[in-house]
Design a protein around this ligand. Structure first.
Ligand SMILES: C=C(O[C@@H]1C=C(C(=O)O)C=C[C@H]1O)C(=O)O
Length: 160
């Protein structure tokens, strides 16, 4: 399949956001917090919508895109927590505080994601769904990450 640089850059940013799901899940494991944090999700979506205009993007497009990023992130968190419950322990990784470290890092990725989404939307590939499926297969390190990437990119090819 041909390489689509704008799609690849967008998937790199999507991957970076998904990479943070493990630190989030570890914090929630340690502090017995639920995966679902609805107030925070609302903040993420409001912030993304507000930033849409500066990127010449439709706020509804941006909200739908970030809702998919959130769903994919939760999917990974639920999967990790299930794995750790089965093992009766979480991995001995350095812990990062959710509110003070990980969420600010998630917030920083917003700009990168919006820039990449704007570039992608300017020149969407023909046969977008086919290109996307090939790119996802190429990129995913394992079946879990593949599933999360599929969820995160669910509406990418749904261009107006
Ligand atoms: C990442 C988190 O977990 C969930 C996913 C969110 C996200 O992807 O932005 C936001 C809130 C939570 O429902 C979090 O709590 O910060």
């Amino acid at each position: 399949a041909t390489i689509t640089p704008t799609l690849d850059q967008l998937l790199t940013s999507i991957d970076r956001r998904l990479d943070l799901a493990e630190a989030v899940a570890l914090h929630k494991w340690d502090h017995q917090q639920p995966v679902q944090a609805s107030a925070r999700e609302h903040q993420v979506l409001v912030s993304a919508r507000q930033a849409a205009v500066a990127h010449h993007l439709d706020p509804a497009r941006v909200e739908a895109f970030f809702a998919d990023q959130i769903e994919a992130n939760k999917l990974l968190q639920y999967h990790l927590l299930d794995t750790w419950h089965r093992a009766r322990q979480a991995p001995a990784l350095p812990r990062r505080d959710l509110a003070n470290e990980v969420r600010p890092e998630l917030d920083l990725l917003q700009e990168q994601l919006l820039s990449a989404l704007a570039r992608f939307d300017q020149t969407p590939p023909d046969n977008c769904a086919n290109h996307l499926a090939d790119a996802l297969q190429h990129r995913a390190e394992d079946s879990t990450r593949h599933l999360a990437l599929v969820r995160a990119s669910a509406q990418l090819c749904k261009l107006r």
